[in-house]
Ligand binder design. Structure first.
Ligand code: ZN
Ligand code: MN
Length: 482
């Protein structure tokens, strides 16, 4: 039986949320502003205007590269990519050609074909490069006229290009969802909303008929045209459009051309259909050459080790590590999603014996106050150890931790106020005092109104400022009242 193998490569543009644009000082946030008002000679492409590269955008691109496991070459440069379009007044885009900021990365994703083909559960999608460029303006079509708005011209765009390692439409969706989390949550450089166009995806898909499936020889015998889908603007649309093209190519296997061909297709999300836009004869020649107004960039000016620390772990890795420490899966996920609680966990866990309880206490808010400010983690850890050994209950734990966090009191001092067995003598005196002061209630209790026990407990708690152990109070009370 013939086997058809799907090959998908992705190109993703991510809009960076820097304060200013890529090569000028214009505001990078033009939302709600009138067309062509957030512009200057540089982003309008006026002759003689000089670009100055945005350091923040470069730093963020390198950081994203690191998060994607890329190598960071010591030297990077910008190049001019020439093409004509009405929303590109310079006649070229400043981009990066052969010396981008990050190369050769990787991302692990779940292999949706693993069961069908008996393959590995995870596959590595290699990242070819991460480079930085400027966005073009926008064309607005109004009736028979086209209008140009250059507010978006010069917005920093990070382009991430994968190798063709994705083997199903669902995996393309998974890759994008994971990438979105990395740039939005882990590295924090973009809002990465596909709907708003902060994250735009182009996909290339082709099918191969394999030579011999019995001996598992992975040599292609025949290849479909390469279909490019441009500007897909939701995860679902990426998956749907790719699935439609995949289906179409499969059904046409007998009429695949001998010669390699390339076609650009569009996706109509309203009718869930794909349609041919154009056939490509030859690769476009952009006549790249080094941008003469921006010198090559020395990336060693950045502290890459510090960047690595700032990025931390990705979600999957982080959750897996928490689970490995014994934390329940649900707790691990919520803990990882809350960066401030996660960092508290990392600090306090060194001092407690029960990390699982620490995670629970953080996720389910056992503490009497928000864990912030300059509280003593050592004292918090001691309180947790007491809770773990059931020496105190959750209510007392909350009271003690509130005092530690808000008033900087020490655990030792607080726990000595808390009347334990060896202080039962003091507690007995308090119980006697309370019973004496409420002799009428004592009589009623003795005549059968045993529900008054709760009233006595309450009075004693008040007297001891709430730190007494209710179980011990109950025990003493029953003795005195019997
Ligand atoms: Zn500008
Ligand atoms: Mn690009």
């Amino acid at each position: 039986m013939q086997e058809l193998k799907t090959t998908i490569g992705l190109e993703i543009h991510v809009q960076l949320k820097t304060k200013s644009k890529m090569f000028c000082g214009c505001d990078n946030d033009a939302q709600g502003k009138a067309p062509n008002t957030v512009v200057c000679p540089v982003c309008l492409g006026l002759p003689g205007a000089l670009p100055v590269a945005n350091k923040q955008a470069i730093e963020w691109t390198i950081k994203t590269g690191i998060a994607l496991g890329c190598e960071i070459p010591k030297i990077a440069k910008f190049d001019r990519k020439h093409y004509f379009y009405p929303d590109l007044p310079k006649g070229y885009q400043i981009s990066q050609y052969d010396e981008p900021f990050a190369i050769r990365g990787r991302m692990e994703i779940r292999n949706t074909n693993s069961e069908i083909r008996n393959e590995e559960e995870f596959v590595t999608v290699r990242i070819n490069r991460v480079h930085l460029e400027e966005d073009a303006g926008k064309l607005i079509h109004a009736g028979d006229k086209s209008l140009v708005d250059l507010n978006r011209a010069g917005t920093p765009l990070m382009e991430i290009v994968t190798e063709p390692d994705v083997t199903s439409p669902e995996m393309a969706g998974d890759f994008l969802r994971k990438l979105q989390k990395i740039v939005r949550d882990q590295v924090g450089v973009s809002e990465a909303s596909m709907e708003k166009g902060h994250l735009r995806c182009d996909a290339n898909i082709s099918l191969c008929e394999m030579q011999d499936t019995i001996t598992k020889k992975q040599t292609p015998k025949k290849m479909s045209p390469i279909i490019e889908l441009k500007n897909l603007n939701s995860f679902k649309f990426v998956e749907k459009a790719l699935a439609l093209v995949e289906e179409k190519l499969k059904s046409e296997v007998d009429s695949w051309p001998e010669k390699l061909t390339k076609e650009t297709w569009g996706y109509d999300s309203v009718n869930n259909k794909v349609y041919l836009q154009r056939r490509k004869e030859e690769a476009a020649d952009y006549r790249y050459f080094p941008e003469p107004d921006i010198p090559p960039f020395d990336t060693t000016v950045f502290d890459l080790e510090k960047m690595k620390e700032e990025i931390g772990q990705g979600e999957e890795e982080g959750v897996a590590n928490l689970i490995a420490e014994g934390v329940a899966e649900m707790d691990a996920k919520s803990l990882f999603a809350n960066k401030s609680k996660l960092s508290q966990f990392e600090v306090i866990k060194e001092e407690v014996s029960d990390k699982v309880l620490l995670a629970k206490a953080l996720v389910h808010n056992y503490f009497g106050a928000e864990l912030s400010g300059a509280f003593s983690t050592k004292d918090i850890a001691m309180a947790l150890d007491h809770l773990s050994e059931s020496k105190i209950n959750k209510g007392i734990f909350a009271k003690i931790t509130k005092e530690i966090i808000e008033n900087g009191r020490s655990f030792e001092e607080l726990i000595s106020n808390y009347l334990s067995d060896d202080k039962a003598g003091d507690l007995e005196m308090i119980v006697e005092k309370v019973l004496l002061e409420n002799h009428k209630e004592v009589e009623r209790y003795k005549s059968g109104q045993t529900q008054l026990l709760g009233f006595f407990v309450g009075q004693i708690m008040k007297e001891t400022k709430g730190v007494a152990n209710p179980q011990i109070i109950n025990k003493i009370l029953r003795e005195k009242l019997s």
